[in-house]
Design a protein around this ligand. Structure first.
Ligand SMILES: [Cu+2]
Length: 145
């Protein structure tokens, strides 16, 4: 069987391909609520390296300000506080979700159907997340009555 060595070689090449150091999955960005110039972003970050990855800031062409937030319950009231950084443990992951850590996207500019989030470690870009809004179910006038 002459093909076998070649196939094995291809298989090994595929396996040894380096994984991206940081991967975002399950991305969701909310649309700004009417009258509120604010959105939230949720996703899972997976670190494929054996060093912790620190995200110290996030920028977006579509929003003037992006903050890393955590929702805490204090005296039975949910409050948000800003975090200095998001740390993804080595070979681990961090989940940004409702009621937990999240990105707060503030003061949107022209908002089309796409949002890009640039994750930075100090001044070094780590990862760009591109998010496409699901086709809008237009807020019907019927609902307002
Ligand atoms: Cu927040």
């Amino acid at each position: 069987m002459r093909f076998a060595p070649l196939l094995i070689a291809l298989f090994l090449t595929a396996c040894s391909e380096p994984q991206p150091p940081l991967v975002a999955s399950d991305v969701e960005v909310t649309r700004p609520m009417p009258g509120m110039k604010m959105s939230a972003a949720f996703f899972v970050l997976t670190n494929n390296t054996d060093e912790p990855i620190r995200i110290t800031s996030v920028t977006s062409p579509q929003f003037a300000t992006v903050e890393i937030h955590e929702t805490m319950i204090e005296d039975g009231i949910a409050r948000m506080r800003e975090l200095d950084a998001l740390v993804v443990p080595p070979s681990g992951s961090v989940t940004l979700e409702r009621g937990g850590k999240h990105l707060m996207l503030m003061r949107p500019g022209e908002l089309g159907d796409r949002v890009a989030l640039q994750l930075m470690s100090d001044d070094a870009p780590l990862l760009t997340i591109d998010y496409l809004f699901a086709s809008e179910s237009a807020p019907g006038d019927d609902d307002a009555r």
